[in-house]
Design a binder for this molecule. Structure first.
Ligand SMILES: Cc1ncc(COP(=O)(O)O)c(C=O)c1O
Length: 384
């Protein structure tokens, strides 16, 4: 089976090459916060290593961590979660993959909503290459769910629909009417599951409230909630995330698969994740204040730029910018912007073949560099 490399990581490699050649680059490309992991989390990892927490753990993850995650899901997400409904994984990406491996059989259909996270399509195909993938677009320019198109794409063979809120790459969050629609959909189609990727749930920059689909108890049996520590606690390189499901079948299958492919998430990393959940939650609150400042800069940037239109920045790390008025396609725009102005953004086509007229803008660089980057983008567009 042919699997394309991760285009965002490929782009990262291209930027690294530029940096090695001595050029100064402002990266508004990747989803990795500019600040490092908070001290107390690092210390917890080191302490665990010093205490010899270097052995295998249960494949589902340390009980104390799963208990804490269950408490967090209950308190923050209104999900009636228990420790035995959770599997700790090496990153949320791995939790998405384990969920697909556990659920998908030959001939099952999966609905992906485009644009979407770059790894969703390869994850489905790697989990089961005989899965039929149907793609439904969000409604431009504000990228709401297209309820009619979603409903039309579902039939009795549809096993899984991917949901991501706050959304990568558009920065949108689902609304109550979209939530209600998805609940109804699950009730209409008894075979359907929803994989709800909520890795950006704490990164909210607008007034919209994060909604977790599994909080609705009528359908919670068929919602798999995926989350992680990369975004909320600046722990991208630690590789720790989790999935929650109320289906005993799914959890037992995911644990068995994990026994064979990962054994477990590194124990000292799980201890650091536990410290993140137990520790000071201001680390991310402070960061969100900075993102809100950048949001104001972004809104000014759009207001003063006639050639670009962008999605509203409600949450997560990104927005999606329409460049059709510049008459460049996303690839050319991103390449020339990098070469001529030293600013890195990711071409929209990475998130869906149709999105040739877009680029993804990341908000995770210092506010000073973010502002400078937008200033350079404005100049680049003016000079075209
Ligand atoms: C929507 C989405 N889901 C999952 C992930 C993967 O997160 P992790 O680092 O926990 O594997 C990312 C990372 O960028 C993401 O944007």
């Amino acid at each position: 089976m042919q699997i394309a490399p991760s285009k965002t990581l490929e782009f990262h490699a291209k930027i690294s090459e530029f940096v090695r050649s001595g050029r100064k680059i402002i990266s508004l490309g990747l989803g990795e916060a500019e600040c490092g992991t908070p001290r107390h989390i690092v210390d917890a990892g080191i302490k665990a290593l010093n205490e010899g927490r270097t052995k295998y753990s249960s494949s589902a993850g340390l009980l104390e961590l799963r208990e804490k995650i269950a408490e967090k899901l209950f308190n923050d997400n209104n999900i009636d979660a228990k420790s035995n409904e959770i599997v700790v994984t090496p990153g949320a990406k791995n939790a998405l993959y384990l969920s697909c491996l556990s659920l998908l059989n030959d001939g099952d259909e999966v609905v992906l909503i485009r644009p979407c996270y770059v790894s969703n399509y390869p994850i489905v195909k790697l989990a089961n290459s005989n899965t039929v993938i149907k793609e439904v677009d969000l409604i431009k320019p504000e990228f709401e769910l297209d309820l009619d198109a979603i409903e039309k794409s579902i039939n009795s063979r549809t096993k899984l629909l991917f949901l991501n809120t706050p959304h990568n790459p558009t920065g949108k969050m689902i609304r109550q009417y979209e939530f209600d629609f998805l609940v109804d959909l699950l009730q209409k189609y008894p075979k359907l599951h929803i994989l709800s990727d909520e890795v950006y749930e704490r990164i909210i920059t607008g007034s919209c409230k994060h909604l977790s689909l599994a909080s609705n108890q009528n359908i919670s049996e068929r919602v798999i909630t995926v989350n992680g520590f990369s975004k909320a606690y600046f722990m991208t390189g630690w590789r720790v995330g989790y999935l929650h499901s109320k289906s005993k079948y799914l959890i037992s299958k995911a644990v068995k698969i994990q026994q064979h492919i990962n054994t477990n998430t590194a124990v000292f990393v799980q201890m650091a994740a536990l410290a993140a959940l137990n520790g000071d939650q201001n680390v991310y609150l402070n960061y969100i204040e900075q993102l809100k400042e950048r949001k104001m800069i972004y809104e000014d940037f759009l207001n003063t730029n006639n050639y670009l239109t962008g999605s509203s920045y409600e949450g997560g790390y990104f927005t999606f910018i329409d460049i059709s008025k510049t008459r460049l396609d996303g690839d050319e725009f991103a390449t020339r912007l990098l070469e001529e102005k030293g600013v890195a953004v990711v071409p929209g086509v990475v998130f869906g073949e149709k999105y040739t007229d877009f680029f993804r803008l990341s908000f995770v660089n210092t506010t000073e560099l973010f502002e400078d980057g937008l200033y350079r983008i404005s100049n680049f567009v003016k000079e075209l």
